[in-house]
Design a protein around this ligand. Sequence first.
Ligand code: HEM
Length: 235
Amino acid sequence: MAATTSTAAHTDRLTMNLGSTTRAQGVASRQRSRWLHPAVKPALFAIGLLPFAWLFYGAWANTLGANPAEALIRASGDWTLRFLCLTLAISPVRQWFNLPPLARFRRMVGLFTFFYAVSHFLSYAWLDQGFALDAILRDIAKRPFILVGSLALLLLTPLAATSLNRAIKWMGSSRWQALHRVVYGIAGLGLLHFFWMRAAKNDFAEVAIYAVILAVLLGWRLNRWIRSKHARATG
Ligand code: HEM
């Protein structure tokens, strides 16, 4: 009798565990399919444009402070670095939270990085240098942090230009992937640009935050690469 009761209890526990596993799987799959909703992409696009709209409004309404030109250049630089971090965060977050649909947004977030980098460059070229090409070139040669930023933007350009599926087909997947690995170097240059600029002011607090974020995101990739190399060697 006691044996029958304990078997029944065991079966109940098993059924409950299976039930909660199925429920957890259901919740996870519902969460994943939420990201596939057709409204998500346009909503994220609108969110990505918000900082630009906010800065545009600030410039128009003159609410950017005593030095609006400097505020615009700096804020657009900050948003470039933030979108760069977001672009690099998609793959690890996809894996950590088991959210494969996030891959759909990588191109859009990457293109926002380019959009903010171009806005940053244009606000510098216009508001700081009056669009005088000779003055811009002299400044790039004179100030190393501007040179490093320019190099980052130069390297970003082919990545943005080859972001369409057609480019992947045309280049072949492995060549396309090799080119897009340049983004890791761009992250390093962006950080160096920021570090160099803030070094002149002896202000490293924000630079340190970005350095930690990028170290985690790039460290995750390095770890994945080492593991896959090890697996290939042993398997
Ligand atoms: C991927 C490329 C780039 C990234 C990620 C980037 C990022 C940044 C960041 C984070 C700042 C500091 C903002 C702050 O202090 O809050 C900054 C400032 C600045 N950047 Fe860039 N930048 C890039 C490219 C460029 C380019 C191409 C130029 C010009 C040719 C440039 C010129 C400047 C200038 C003039 C400042 C402000 C310096 C100051 O106010 O003293 N940047 N950038």
